[in-house]
Ligand binder design. Structure first.
Ligand code: TXA
Ligand code: MG
Length: 350
């Protein structure tokens, strides 16, 4: 299959730019598109065959449900059954934006989209390109992150191309994703509101609107036997670079010193090491292939470069990636959740 690439500029969008992409979606084809979080791999959510194709091209387990993307609040009634008041309040506050809510599904939504569940994940993205595509297609768009299953999510059209070229019909290139981490997912189908996946919208922000919410056990803990994450996707190996990733946790000065020493030891025996540093620490490393992920004074810069950096180190062909920890940031929970999964929970305390 020939994958068409279409460049779009967010500050210069015209309705007719979306004619072809919308036609493809309506015709049951797959189109990758940018969102403010990561790139999505979109298909008509009501078309069972189209949804099946998403699982096929990603190599995604069929019990891992898809998020349905909507372009206006009026679409909500087409996707969900009863919408609880606290969900309506969160929608009003955070939509369009990087928040996904799990609600009971409308009978119209096929089980092939929800992985056999009676609940459904819904999100209204704030990215202008994403919303225009949904609107123009007239469809509800089911979209997982546009990466090969198990690999880091994609934050540029180039990443999507690397994983899915020849397998999908179109990639809309809208440049780099602003946030770079997938949406916060909250389950609203029981009395308690539960965060299944941390993201840019934090627990504290949600609590300001609806009061107490809790994290699902699987968010920061290693998924030991018996622990069953409520988001089926959280149980799979995720975000994983080919290199072995190790997180160093502790006091900043000590962490950079130990990472540098460990990198030197590996290099001495001819092993390539990548180091995830920050603007603040980059100059302190003498060994390893160093890259700054961003500045600790600008947390979004760190979030938005994480997946790209993991991919870059794989392209370079390092055997190890050593990273500083980001626990102390507001976005720490979201960033560390990805790093822990990508590392297989390998943390060294120094
Ligand atoms: O930011 C995002 O959320 C991106 C963009 C494209 O919108 N999408 C994304 O989709 O990250 P995906 O498929 O990579 O991750 C969706 C997660 C999976 O872990 C899945 O198991 C969970 O959401 N999920 C979907 N429907 C669910 C449901 N009904 N109940 C529990 N978890 C659900
Ligand atoms: Mg994903």
């Amino acid at each position: 299959m020939n994958t068409q690439i279409v460049k779009m500029e967010r500050n210069n969008l015209h309705d007719e730019d979306f004619t072809k992409a919308a036609e493809l979606i309506r015709g049951g084809k797959l189109v990758a598109f940018p969102t403010e979080t990561v790139y999505g791999l979109g298909a008509d959510a009501l078309n069972e065959e189209a949804a099946k194709k998403i699982f096929e091209v990603k190599g995604r387990p069929e019990d891992n449900p898809l998020i349905i993307h909507i372009s206006s609040i009026d679409d909500l009634a087409r996707v969900a059954g009863i919408v609880p008041l606290r969900a309506a309040l969160l929608a009003e506050k955070f939509w369009p934006g990087p928040l996904t809510m799990i609600l009971n599904k409308n009978p119209m939504i096929p089980y092939s989209t929800t992985g056999g569940l009676d609940t459904v994940a819904i999100r209204m993205p704030s990215d202008e390109i994403a919303r225009k595509l949904i609107k123009k297609s007239g469809c509800l768009i089911a979209a997982p992150s546009a990466n090969a299953s198990g690999k880091p999510s994609t934050t540029t059209a180039e990443h999507v191309y690397a994983d899915l070229n020849g397998k999908i019909d179109m990639i809309i290139d809208g440049g780099s994703s602003q946030i770079g981490l997938e949406s916060t997912i909250i389950d609203m189908t029981s009395k308690e509101t539960i965060i299944l996946r941390p993201g840019f919208i934090t627990k504290e922000q949600i609590e300001q609107i609806i009061g107490d919410v809790v994290y699902d056990e699987a968010v920061l803990k290693r998924p030991d036997e018996g622990l069953k994450p409520k988001a089926p996707g959280m149980k799979y190996r995720h975000y994983a670079p080919r290199a072995e990733l190790i997180i160093y946790e502790g006091e900043a000065v000590q962490v950079t010193k130990v990472i540098d020493e460990e990198a030197a030891k590996k290099e001495e025996i001819g092993i390539k090491v990548g180091i995830i540093a920050t603007d603040e620490t980059l100059h302190t490393y003498k060994n390893g292939i160093t890259r700054s992920i961003g500045s600790r004074k600008n947390e979004v810069s760190i979030a938005s470069h994480l997946f790209g950096l993991l991919r870059e180190f794989d392209d370079i062909g390092v055997s190890y990636i050593f990273t500083e920890s980001f626990n102390d940031m507001v976005l720490g929970c979201a960033v560390m959740n990805r790093l822990l999964k990508a590392s297989g929970y390998r943390v060294i305390y120094v």
